[in-house]
Design a protein around this ligand. Structure first.
Ligand code: DC
Length: 223
């Protein structure tokens, strides 16, 4: 039996509701929260600011090792800082999501970010949100969920989310970008987007956030 703090992994494609669900579940349990996508996004932002090309693996690895990234969590809100600067809005844009998905396939880049992610595993427990949380980063996690939803619903949810943040987006472009990103994330050779063999599959297409949260908490209670 592992003596490490427990982890609940929530993986799945963009727009499935992972972020919101993970934050609410973490707040209810009083556990820590890891937004691993924000780490890949912050790396892409930092690399672009350094003037790097997104296929410059050596430069990306160096940037990953020096990344001055911190998270300030207050309830279900999370501020992301690069150095002293809050980069929340830039981090959330689809352009940054696409850039993150372009730096993510390189094994050396993923390896450089592994420890940063594992450091979040602290008592009383961790909710880890991403693509490879249950397969690669925390393969021994006792609780694993793979959260998905139909492509159309995911694009619509993302549209609402980005509009609320004041970003200028439209549904056809967003649907196309999400599809491209999912394809890139699923087809990469290392740590592709796929359910862990022992993950519980949950389709959130017809469920509210609250219903998804309740189902996940019920799984934890009965596990
Ligand atoms: O979850 P997100 O949309 O913030 O993630 C942005 C990109 O980062 C995603 O398209 C692929 C990459 N990513 C990854 O490769 N592995 C993770 N665990 C999380 C994100």
């Amino acid at each position: 039996m592992s003596t490490l703090p427990p982890v609940l992994t929530i993986d799945g494609p963009g727009g499935a509701g992972k972020g919101t669900v993970s934050r609410v579940v973490a707040a209810r349990l009083g556990w820590h929260y890891l937004d691993s996508g924000a780490i890949y996004r912050a790396l892409a932002v930092a690399a672009l600011r350094r003037g790097l090309e997104l296929d410059d693996v050596e430069g990306l690895v160096e940037t990953a090792h020096d990344l001055p990234l911190s998270f300030q969590v207050e309830g279900t809100e999370c501020r992301v800082l690069l150095g002293a600067e809050e980069i929340g809005a830039e981090l959330q844009s689809e352009a940054t999501g696409a850039a993150a998905s372009r730096v993510a396939p390189y094994p050396a880049v993923r390896a450089a970010l592994l420890d940063k992610q594992r450091q979040f595993r602290q008592l009383p427990g961790l909710v880890a949100d991403g693509r490879d949380m249950g397969t690669v980063v925390f393969p021994d996690a006792p609780y694993k969920i793979y959260l998905t939803a139909s492509a159309e619903i995911r694009a619509r949810r993302r549209l609402i989310q980005l509009k609320e943040k004041g970003l200028d987006v439209n549904l056809p472009d967003l649907a196309k970008e999400l599809e491209e990103r999912d394809r890139r994330d699923s087809e990469r050779a290392v740590a592709p987007l796929k359910p862990a063999e022992d993950a519980l599959l949950l389709d959130s297409s017809d469920l509210s956030i609250e219903q998804v949260v309740e189902r996940i908490l019920a799984c934890l209670r009965t596990a």
